[in-house]
Design a protein around this ligand. Structure first.
Ligand code: HAM
Length: 416
């Protein structure tokens, strides 16, 4: 029997795994530079954390969670996203009892039982940050800028930033009354109506043609913002202007998770087709309290590592090249392997990338392996070399060789 990975998971094998790593680390770097600290979270949690945190009106919770009973009879779910788990950890470990905001980053796999297609996987990877405990437009701008510079530093150009404000609870309550009136008069089926009762904003995200047509004239949240929400959002936009981060206002944006309030955003890549959302986030000012914590506001994002890699590839940015060895060692004859391993160890500890010919190869076979490795230099280590303590350092591209003392190989490599 031949095994295959489960349907719809993303996995990365060499050489593309190099690009995956480079993209993931490229998205993490600006978060670290902005003072965010690592929070390493479990990949499974109590199911209720997600039903309460993410919301039952969402596809993510109602249709896509990997939920199972563990051996103790508890309902457990693989994490579909990171924000609820971060809140749980912050509350559990009292991280919010010290200096605010709490600023953390995380990365790893997330799980949603979606219908697999290009750019949409059942196991996928995110880099996320959360800033908790500050309702200041400047932190909104910081969070957005961390994501923006992550993409830009990877070399991406063909993406845009969509922003909107979902307002505070007062704004949303006013809007909800008008939107529900509007939806009551719409011609929709019972299931859609039930969904709208849980969260009427969901209908803005409905892709069915007749719903889209009817929703075209629905009242927009933008027109119901309180003065405070309006001012907060205006200040965020002026900070983005100052940072020279271009954006489009998208008052019809709907995020797939229910906890969002206020500033909300998405990064969309032009070349990715249907699954073009490379990252998104926003404020979630009621989330912590709804999970049993203090009444603290928060904002964060989740960036899709898989889709960001696809975006790089679509723009012709190739990070898949491997770290080729500086030196390829070829031990020949009895006892040479001892010396080769010791020499390789010493040079690796000094920071060089060193590979060597394993197995009982002929010199010809070993030279082929050296060629294939892409190494800059090779060195044969046979009985003569070991006895004399000298060898020939061969530059692979030119074939030219230089006699070197083995004990001084480190400085010879540095000099070259
Ligand atoms: P999200 O928009 O659900 O937000 O996911 C963030 C990103 O993860 C998406 O923009 C997309 O790039 C990627 N993604 C989501 N689902 C898939 C999938 N099935 N396959 C591949 N990539 C996917 C969140 O998860 C929020 N927790 C973000 C957040 C943090 N908001 C505030 N703080």
């Amino acid at each position: 029997m031949k095994f295959q990975a489960p349907k719809g998971v993303s996995e990365y094998v060499p050489l593309r795994s190099n690009a995956f790593e480079r993209v993931r680390d490229g998205l993490i770097a600006p978060a670290k530079a902005a003072g965010y600290e690592l929070l390493e979270l479990p990949v499974f949690e109590d199911t209720e954390l997600f039903t309460r945190g993410v919301g039952e009106s969402t596809d993510v919770v109602s249709k896509e969670m990997y939920t199972f009973e563990d051996r103790g009879g508890r309902s457990i779910s693989l994490r579909p996203e990171g924000t609820a788990g971060v809140m749980r950890a912050v509350i559990e470990h009292n991280l919010d009892r010290g200096q605010l905001p709490v600023k953390v980053w995380y990365t790893g796999p997330f799980f949603r039982a979606e219908r697999p297609q290009a750019g949409r996987y059942r196991q996928f990877y995110q880099v996320g940050i959360e800033a908790i405990g500050l309702n200041d437009p400047a932190i909104d701008a910081e969070v957005i800028s961390v994501a923006y510079f992550g993409y830009r530093n990877l070399g991406l150009k063909k993406f845009r930033l969509d922003v909107t404000s979902l307002g505070d609870s007062t704004s949303r309550a006013h809007h909800r009354v008008e939107l529900m009136k509007f939806i009551d008069a719409m011609n929709i089926d019972d299931a859609t109506r039930a969904r709208a009762t849980l969260n009427p904003l969901r209908l803005f995200d409905d892709k069915r043609e007749d719903v889209v047509r009817q929703m075209a004239s629905a009242p927009l949240l933008r027109d119901f913002l309180t003065e405070e929400s309006k001012n907060h959002f205006a200040q965020v936009l002026s900070y983005l202007d100052a940072l020279e981060i271009p954006y489009s206002l998208n008052p019809r944006m709907v995020r797939g998770l229910d906890y969002y309030t206020g500033t909300t955003f998405e990064f969309v890549h032009e070349l990715l087709g249907a699954q073009s959302g490379i990252g998104g986030g926003g404020r979630y000012d009621g989330l912590m309290e709804s999970l049993g914590g203090q009444k603290l506001s928060g904002i964060g994002f989740g960036l899709g590592v898989d889709r960001t890699l696809l975006a790089c590839e679509a723009e012709g940015i190739d990070y898949s090249t491997t770290n080729t060895p500086d030196l390829f060692l070829i031990p020949l004859g009895d006892g040479a392997m001892n010396n080769a391993l010791a020499l390789a160890g010493k040079l690796r500890n000094a920071g060089f990338i060193v590979d060597l010919a394993f197995g009982d190869r002929s010199l010809k076979g070993a030279m082929k392996a050296a060629d294939k490795s892409g190494a800059r230099f090779s060195l044969v280590l046979g009985e003569d070399e070991i006895a004399s303590g000298r060898g020939e350092l061969k530059e692979m591209s030119t074939g030219s060789a230089q006699s070197v003392t083995l004990s001084a190989l480190e400085s010879a490599l540095s000099a070259r």
